[in-house]
Write a protein of this length. Structure first.
Length: 254
């Protein structure tokens, strides 16, 4: 767990009492397509170096949140790194033709992504298929306040949520030394605190960043995110996208 959350050993007591894992039902091509759309360019015009860096940042954030990543995510990461390194190599100028024409891995990936985009757009016209894809499974053992079950996030991409969490994790403060420990915070404690802030907003949505007063520790950011997932699972809140920023919004259900 320490390795997965990247939290110092002396801080693990903050997590004692529950173990949470998250299963997502969107795959590596979903993430890659999400990143391409954020760049607002055609698939064939993607900057592979930039996309590779962003993809690896997202994988790191998913790991911080204890998301169970399928092997396909790592396979695609390796492919992106290979294409990026291949593009950095100097082009041969000796004028000698190659014995056999080699398949351009970047063109092949673009083809796969274009095919997947067409498939996904077609599948998303079926509402049931869209709902099955845009959900995650929250699994916890130990803490009474945390349950297990499907979390419906059909109004926002899981990658939008991960983007918001990852942005705050990059700005998080270092964990305090053991002699200066901050108060223990658990998901169970954050549940009523988040609901109180949402009630105070009088029906208006709050952004995820509104619920995390910076500077904050990595532990506090992760616990807040897990608490939001639990509130969604209980049907107490709904989440939605925000425009033009790495964030998502939360509102009370009617």
């Amino acid at each position: 767990m320490a390795k997965r959350y990247n939290i110092p050993q002396d801080q693990l007591s903050l997590f004692i009492g529950f173990e949470v894992s998250i299963t997502i039902f969107e795959g590596p091509l979903d993430l890659l397509l999400y990143l391409v759309r954020r760049q607002q360019v055609d698939i064939a015009e993607v900057n592979v170096s930039a996309i590779t860096g962003q993809y690896l940042v997202y994988l790191a954030a998913l790991e911080e949140l204890n998301v169970e990543l399928a092997a396909e995510f790592l396979v695609l990461a390796a492919q992106l790194i290979y294409i990026k390194s291949r593009n950095l190599l100097p082009v041969s100028t000796d004028g000698e033709p190659e014995d056999e024409p080699s398949l351009d891995p970047q063109a092949e990936l673009a083809r796969r992504l274009e095919e997947y985009r067409a498939y996904k757009d077609a599948a998303d016209t079926l509402d049931e298929a869209r709902k099955l894809r845009q959900r995650i499974y929250l699994r916890a053992t130990g803490e009474d306040q945390i349950g297990s079950g499907f979390v419906d996030i059909s109004d926002v991409s899981i990658f939008d949520m991960v983007s918001a969490v990852g942005e705050l994790l990059r700005r998080a403060t270092a964990e305090p030394p053991q002699l200066l420990r901050r108060r223990v915070v658990t998901v169970g404690q954050r549940l009523p605190e988040i609901l109180t802030e949402l009630h105070a907003a009088r029906g208006e949505p709050l952004r995820f960043t509104d619920l995390v007063d910076m500077p904050a520790s990595r532990v506090y950011i992760i616990v807040t995110f897990l608490a939001i997932l639990e509130l969604i699972r209980r049907g107490r809140v709904k989440v939605g996208p925000t425009e033009g920023e790495s964030n998502f919004q939360i509102r009370l259900t009617k």
